[in-house]
Design a protein around this ligand. Structure first.
Ligand SMILES: [Fe+2]
Length: 291
C-alpha cells in the first residue's frame, strides 16, 4: 500500500538540506503521497469572493496555463475574472518556488504545466464513470500524450469553510498493472497517427499512453475492483498541501470542495530511480519499449 509521508514545511520557498530533499524525492518516486500539513496557500481578501460565486463554465475545473496566461473553463467576466486569473497565477508561482526548493535535485528538468481550480463539491457531483474521480484510478491525458514524461501534481486545500479533502490511496502501480495486464488491448495499427491528424491528440500517442488510458478506464469501469481493491483513507485539512505522482499512485477524490492544483511534467530519465516510473514498470511487464 502507498504511504503518506509528512514533511514539516510551512513556507513556499523553504530552505531544506540536500538529505531532506533527497528523502522527499525518494518518497515521491516510490509512490508515496508527500503531505505538507502546515503549508497553507493563504487567500487574499479580494479572492474570498470567488468562493461564493458560480465561476464554472461547462467543465468540472477552471484551468490556467502559466506560460501563456490563458484561463479556461470559467464563465466569469470583468474584475471577477481578473481576480480569479491572478489567484491562479499566484498559485502557479508559489508551486514553482516550492518545487525549485523541495525538488531542486531534479536540476531544472521539472516543467510547469497547467494550473487548475476545482470549486465543485465532489460528493453528489453528476458525471460519467470515466470522469468520476471518486473511483480509484491513475492519471493520463487523453489529448496531451505523456510519452516519456511523468505527471507530478501539487495540491492545496483552500476551502474557506474548513472542510477537509478526502482521498483514497490505492494499491501500488505494479499490482494495478499486473491485475489488468492480460486484459489490455494493443492499439490498432496506425491509430496514433490518425488521432494526431484529426487533432484528437496534440502529439503522437505512444503505446505507453494508450495502455495508461486503458488502465484508467478499466479501473474506473470495474465496480468489483473498486469495491475490493485495498486502499488507505487520507484526509487533507483545509490549509494543507500535498504532492504526488498521480500517474503512479492509484487515487480517488471522495469528498471536499475548493482545491488548487498545479501539474508538473518530469522526464523519466531525470528521476533518481527511473525503474520506478510506470513507463518502466509496464515495459518490464510487457518486455518491450512503449515510448
Ligand atoms: Fe486523478
Amino acid at each position: 500500500m502507498s504511504h503518506v509521508v509528512n514533511f514539516a514545511v510551512s513556507d513556499w520557498a523553504p530552505r531544506l538540506d540536500a538529505e531532506t530533499q533527497a528523502s522527499i524525492i525518494d518518497a515521491l518516486e516510490s509512490g508515496d503521497v508527500v503531505f505538507l500539513p502546515q503549508l497553507e496557500f493563504v487567500l487574499e481578501e479580494k479572492e474570498r469572493t470567488l468562493f461564493q460565486s458560480a465561476l464554472l463554465g461547462r467543465s468540472k475545473n477552471i484551468s490556467f496555463l502559466p506560460a501563456k496566461g490563458e484561463l479556461k473553463g470559467t464563465d466569469s467576466i470583468g474584475s471577477e475574472r481578473h481576480v480569479l486569473q491572478a489567484m491562479m497565477a499566484r498559485f502557479a508561482r508559489a508551486t514553482a518556488d516550492l518545487t525549485s526548493h523541495l525538488l531542486g535535485l531534479y536540476a531544472g528538468e521539472l516543467k510547469q504545466a497547467r494550473t487548475s481550480f476545482r470549486p465543485v463539491e465532489i460528493v453528489g457531483r453528476q458525471t460519467s464513470w470515466r470522469k468520476d474521480d471518486s473511483r480509484l484510478h491513475v492519471d493520463n491525458f487523453p489529448s496531451s500524450p505523456c510519452g516519456t514524461q511523468r505527471i507530478l501534481r501539487v495540491f492545496s486545500n483552500v476551502d474557506p469553510g474548513n472542510h477537509p479533502r478526502h482521498w483514497r490511496v490505492g494499491e501500488p502501480f505494479e499490482s494495478v498493472a499486473r491485475h489488468y495486464l492480460k486484459t489490455l488491448k494493443a492499439p490498432l495499427p496506425g491509430s496514433s497517427r490518425v488521432l494526431q491528424t484529426l487533432g484528437i491528440t496534440k502529439t503522437r500517442r505512444s503505446e505507453y499512453d494508450h495502455y495508461m488510458l486503458q488502465l484508467h478506464d478499466r479501473m474506473k469501469a470495474d465496480t468489483a475492483y473498486q469495491q475490493r481493491a485495498g486502499y488507505t483513507d487520507v484526509s487533507f485539512p483545509s490549509g494543507s498541501s500535498w504532492m504526488v505522482f498521480t500517474d503512479h499512485v492509484s487515487h480517488a477524490a471522495m469528498a471536499g470542495q475548493f482545491a488548487l492544483e498545479q501539474t508538473f511534467m518530469l522526464p523519466v530519465d531525470a528521476m533518481h530511480t527511473p525503474s520506478q516510473a510506470p513507463l518502466r514498470i509496464l515495459e518490464g511487464l510487457m518486455q518491450r519499449r512503449l515510448a
